[in-house]
Each structure stands twice: as structure tokens, then as C-alpha cells.
Design a protein around this ligand. Structure first.
Ligand SMILES: [Ca+2]
Ligand SMILES: [Ca+2]
Length: 89
């Protein structure tokens, strides 16, 4: 006996389940037994991090109004993968 997937699994889709519990049953002519199959979907690193904005323009004044080490700008990025798969630098 075996189970097979009928559709793709997507851990990162909030509309999809991350755990499935299936009740299974086997019969012979006189008896049967039942069991539970629990399937847990695990995340993989299948999404790239994305910037909060696609382009940043910065105007800086030349030295000596600015110096090496001065902050230039700040930006953020996110990654919808979970745990280590959602880490970036
Ligand atoms: Ca993922
Ligand atoms: Ca990722």
C-alpha cells in the first residue's frame, strides 16, 4: 500500500496546511484495522529575500560635509521562508 501526492505542497502559502492527518483502513474478508498517518510539511529555502523597495536614490554632499563612515541610507528586506531558510545578510 502507498499514498501519493495529488498536488504540490507549499509550506510558505498561508492558505495551505503544514500538517495533514489521514485516517487509513485495511480490510480482509472478516476483519479490519485502522490507523492514522500524520504528514508534516517541512520548509525548504525556495524563496529569495526581497527588498521592501526596488530602488533607493540617495544624494550625498561631497567631503568634507560627508566623511567615510557616515551612514548613507537604511533599507529592509524580508524572506517568507522560515527559520534558517529565511535568514539573509
Ligand atoms: Ca520555503
Ligand atoms: Ca529564503
Amino acid at each position: 500500500m502507498f499514498l501519493c501526492l495529488v498536488q504540490e505542497l507549499d509550506y510558505d502559502d498561508v492558505l495551505e496546511l503544514r500538517e495533514y492527518q489521514l485516517q487509513v483502513r485495511v480490510d480482509d474478508p472478516e476483519f479490519f484495522t485502522t490507523g492514522t498517518v500524520t504528514i508534516q510539511v517541512t520548509d525548504i529555502n525556495d524563496n529569495a529575500p526581497v527588498f521592501s523597495v526596488n530602488e533607493i536614490q540617495v544624494n550625498l554632499t561631497e567631503f568634507p560635509s560627508t566623511e567615510p563612515g557616515d551612514p548613507v541610507t537604511a533599507f529592509t528586506a524580508t524572506d517568507i521562508d522560515s527559520g534558517d531558510n529565511g535568514e539573509f545578510e
